[in-house]
Design a protein around this ligand. Structure first.
Ligand code: IVH
Length: 713
């Protein structure tokens, strides 16, 4: 139909609907998933065809057409979803005795007689502490995903779930025998070898239940970034997972690195049978390409169930996801129907919960840290104590209110608990062990670093050091933020070097980095020529970083990477952003009035004006020259991710990155398993070793130039 002239309105309506779907689909891929299925020229052809049809048939134009939101990334609209089958909860067993009682009830319910002779098969799975979701696949395609909500009605979070890398957008066909029995890939191979008839089939309808979680490593990285941006951090990975999955903008969800374990399947198909056991269901989930937590076991009898629970009581702390218990399910699904469910939970499953981990130790001191924005936060120094698999030496005391509420004193024996088992916090004081000489803790009235009187404001719980530009701690933190990976990404300048540069009075503000010379660098203790040259070269390279990174690097309160990108996409230069009116800023989705006010105030600060002038003078890029998404080069590198290390002789690194982008590729600054190529110039950095370790393809400059020139890819 493409290219033909459409004259009748019914054909036009159908084509317009199809085009709307296609444009939305490719926009989602492009803006949210950073993926290309078609070239930009093909995308534009679809878009233009839709525009032309809307002009020709204005009555058929939909108010929701993607032509009405040019360039806008899709946003999530949480519609309500009524679950086909209610999403029940689980009853809990808090001890071994309660587990025994649960088994007795089962045996009684099934009229099996003596529990010991029953020796029923139980599937034991780790209880993942995330949030439960339901995924629907029709004919193998992922069509909808929803949260549990109240168990009957949840929220449609399909677009956000699509950003989870491990969630398959399309299922793998199952190997099915003529009688509808599903075989594992290994069984299928054997059956085929033995001459059996095995066909491939995707079930008509599949409903999958599972848990979305945030890996502990990602949770820690996210919280560090939030603290850096002076935004509220999450108390535990579960809250972080829930907050991330329910973001309005799926691009934010994508950055959060959510993951998923599937633990239940329901199938409707003419040929494929419902699995007869829970373990067969888990195997089916795996064969379909869904991730299943690998540590589950099928065991016989309550004794073996308890052994499984004991075994994981400590080893669970070695996993990169949080678990708070074990879910025990009768393996035979036939028995599920027999036992049924209460309105709250099924009778055939139970959650064995591990007790929260607490320990007593002595509070040896209370220290204060001064952050990048001057917030002064108390940190408890503890006599080291083992807790939930790690040794805890420090705990958060949050703020002055918390210290006062607990009346916690140095020398006290305190109860420490891992909130969500990640961030230790002080729960209470054991008053029986309080030393008689102890006195109430006095919150300092001066900054512990620069001794300026602190500001205790009515409006916020944080206590601040107002000496913004001369408090060494604040300066160092700002510089550290400036050089960090998401900001100006200056390799070779870390915390220690920053402290030395500040101590030697060579750098105080970010613009001072660009005034450094080799002589000045070499005046630092233990500084070698090679390292100094490398640092200077990387400082020089940072001048060309995109506007969004510069905005992030400035460290405006509440503005992290996402908002910085949003601002850079609305304002094409620092000067435009600086001149922006509060109302305009507040009108940007994702900014809001509080942030808008902070941004306006930030740019009015004379120190900021001076900093920006100096950065301009130093030659930093202050504009986004090229906001075009339409490259002219053939898309030979579509879907490929590049990292460049070292100095290229034939072009600047920023030019190389432009060339990659123009061919549909992506240029990032750190090597990961998603990197396809590492381009190595002269004096490469540590990225080379990392790439070698991960098996990333390594290109020298000549190979890279040849790859750029090759149009036959
Ligand atoms: S089965 C009808 N299996 O625990 C029972 N739940 O406390 C369906 N959970 O809402 C749940 N890991 O969010 C099941 N392996 C697992 C689980 C699991 C975590 C969560 C789930 C559920 C909650 C109940």
């Amino acid at each position: 139909m493409v290219g033909q002239t459409i004259v009748d309105s019914e054909t036009a309506r159908l084509r317009m609907e199809e085009l709307q779907r296609l444009v939305e689909h490719h926009r989602f891929l492009y803006y949210v998933l950073d993926k290309h299925e078609i070239s930009d020229a093909e995308f534009d052809a679809l878009f233009n065809e839709l525009v032309a049809l809307e002009e020709k048939f204005p009555d058929l134009k939909s108010a929701n057409s993607p032509t009405q939101k040019v360039g806008a990334p899709p946003s999530t609209d949480f519609k309500s979803v009524k679950h086909r089958l209610p999403m029940l909860s689980l009853s809990n067993a808090m001890s071994a005795e309660e587990l025994d009682k649960w088994e007795e009830r089962i045996v009684r319910g099934l009229s099996l007689g003596d529990p010991r002779s029953a020796d029923l098969a139980y599937a034991c799975e780790l209880k993942i502490d995330g949030l439960s979701i339901v995924l629907t696949y029709k004919k193998g395609e992922f069509v909808q995903g929803a949260t549990r909500g109240d168990g009957t009605v949840g929220e449609d979070v399909t677009n956000n779930l699509k950003t989870i890398k491990i969630l398959p957008p399309r299922l793998t066909p199952l190997a099915v025998q003529e009688d509808g029995t599903v075989l594992s890939p290994e069984e299928a191979e054997k059956a085929r070898e033995a001459g059996g008839k095995v066909s491939e089939r995707l079930p008509e309808y599949v409903e999958v239940r599972g848990e979305v979680y945030l890996p502990i490593s990602s949770f820690k990285a996210l919280n560090e970034a939030l603290v850096d941006a002076n935004e509220a951090s999450f108390a535990n990975p579960r809250n972080a997972a829930s907050g991330s999955l329910r973001q309005k903008d799926p691009r934010i969800t994508r950055k959060r690195n959510l993951a998923l374990w599937a633990y239940f399947i329901y199938v409707e198909d003419d040929v494929i049978k419902q699995p007869s056991t829970h373990s067969a269901g888990l195997a089916m989930l795996k064969s379909l390409g869904l991730p299943v937590e690998p540590n589950f076991e099928v065991v016989h009898g309550a004794g073996a169930v308890k052994q499984f629970c004991d075994k994981w009581a400590t080893s669970r702390h070695d996993l990169d996801y949080q678990t708070d218990g074990v879910v025990i399910k009768l393996d035979e699904r036939r028995l599920w129907t027999e036992l049924g469910a209460t309105s709250h939970s099924p009778r055939w499953a139970v959650a064995f919960k591990y007790p929260p981990e607490e320990a007593e130790t002595v509070l040896e001191d209370i220290l204060f840290e001064v952050g990048r924005t001057g917030a002064v936060t108390p940190v408890a120094c503890l006599r080291p104590v083992k807790l939930a698999g790690t040794t805890v030496k420090r705990a958060s005391l949050h703020n002055a209110d918390q210290i006062a509420r607990l009346d916690v004193r140095v020398g006290d024996t305190v109860v420490v608990r891992k909130a969500g088992e990640i961030i230790p916090e002080i729960l209470s004081v054991n008053l029986n062990l309080r030393p008689p000489s102890s006195t109430s803790f006095k919150y300092p009235s001066q900054c512990p670093v620069c001794h300026t009187p602190l500001v205790f404001s009515q409006d916020e719980v944080a206590v601040r050091c107002p000496n913004t530009y001369n408090c060494i701690s604040q300066c160092e933190r700002r510089l550290k933020h400036w050089v960090s990976g998401d900001a100006m990404d200056i390799e070779g300048i870390g915390e220690v070097l920053i402290a030395e540069l500040v101590k030697a009075d060579l750098v105080r503000r970010p613009s001072d980095f660009y005034k450094l010379t080799l002589d000045k660098m070499l005046s630092l203790p233990r500084m070698g020529t090679k390292s100094a040259e490398k640092a200077l070269r990387n400082i020089e390279l940072s001048k060309g970083r995109p506007l969004s990174r510069l905005i992030n690097a400035l460290g405006i309160r509440h503005v992290g990477t996402t908002v910085a990108e949003l601002l850079a996409s609305h304002y094409s230069s620092i000067d435009d952003l600086r001149a922006a009116k509060q109302a305009d800023l507040a009108g940007i989705e994702g900014v809001g009035p509080v942030m808008a006010e902070t941004i306006v105030e930030f740019f009015q600060d004379p120190e900021v004006v001076r900093l920006i002038d100096e950065l301009k003078e130093a030659g930093l890029k202050m504009k986004e020259e090229d906001q075009e998404r339409l490259p002219t080069a053939p898309q030979t590198l579509a879907g490929k991710t590049f990292v460049i290390t070292g100095t290229l002789s034939s072009m600047e690194r920023s030019d190389a990155e432009k060339q990659i982008k123009a061919r549909g590729g992506k240029a990032t600054s750190s090597v990961s398993k998603n990197t396809n190529y590492l381009v190595v110039g002269a004096s490469p950095g540590s990225k080379l070793a990392k790439a070698q370790e991960l098996g990333v393809t390594i290109l020298d400059e000549n190979q890279f130039v040849a790859l750029l020139a090759d149009e036959s890819l």
